[in-house]
Write a protein that binds this ligand. Structure first.
Ligand code: GRF
Length: 207
């Protein structure tokens, strides 16, 4: 085996999770990674959580878990490009030799520039609370109710320049019940999010 192979295999696969709020998907990923021993099995770990909001509840959990956290307040940047540039700098600190970080959007409420998206092509994931390609964008649960859907769900997908349209990695379906409100649906879908996001990431790590 060449020396370079040894170095490449020794590199840790760092997962960087981007959040804006409660971070329940992030917490689910962290818990499954620990429970299933991703670090021992695949040399993969959640290395950092980055938020564009200092008030994001998920930061508290991440800190308690000893995970590196960083806040980059988008309002303090002059342009979307400048914010994304700073975000890239923060993420790229977690690249290891031969092992670029996996970037996981988990309730990260920012539209990313095409430059950012292409920089992380193939290693940038998102979770969207609808059965894509139905209902890209916001207010997915209300829109599913308004459309009279009998089922809805959640999609994990690769991020491409086309918002909420990248290749689908995993989906889960939930029923829409007669008396459901958007909040009921959101809660039902969220329980599935917590199951399929860690699974989709684990599948990717094994490839
Ligand atoms: C989830 O419903 C996710 O699908 C959407 O935003 C919500 C984030 O929830 N993009 P959380 O911050 O992971 O609890």
């Amino acid at each position: 085996m060449e020396v370079v192979d040894v170095i490449i295999k020794a590199g840790m696969k760092n997962i960087v999770i981007l959040i804006s709020g409660g971070g329940s998907n992030m917490a689910a990923i962290v818990k499954v990674a620990r429970r299933e021993g991703w670090q021992e099995k695949w040399r993969a770990r959640v290395a950092a959580v980055i938020s564009n909001k200092a008030s994001a509840g998920g930061l508290v959990f991440a800190r308690e878990q000893g995970i590196a956290t960083e806040v980059l307040d988008h309002k303090t940047f002059a342009s979307r490009e400048a914010f994304d540039e700073a975000l890239s700098t923060a993420i790229d600190r977690f690249d290891e030799p031969g092992q670029p970080a996996l970037v996981v959007l988990a309730g990260f409420m920012r539209i990313l520039t095409p430059g950012f998206v292409s920089r992380y092509e193939g290693r940038l994931l998102n979770i969207h609370p609808s059965l894509l390609p139905a209902f890209p964008g916001l207010h997915t649960h209300q829109r599913a109710l308004d459309a009279g859907c009998k089922v809805t769900g959640v999609t994990v997908h690769q991020v491409t320049a086309d918002l909420d349209h990248g290749p689908i990695l995993a989906q889960a379906v939930v029923p829409v019940l007669a008396a459901d409100t958007a909040a009921d649906l959101a809660a039902r879908v969220l329980t599935q999010e917590h199951l399929i996001y860690p699974r989709a990431i684990a599948d990717l790590l094994q490839k």
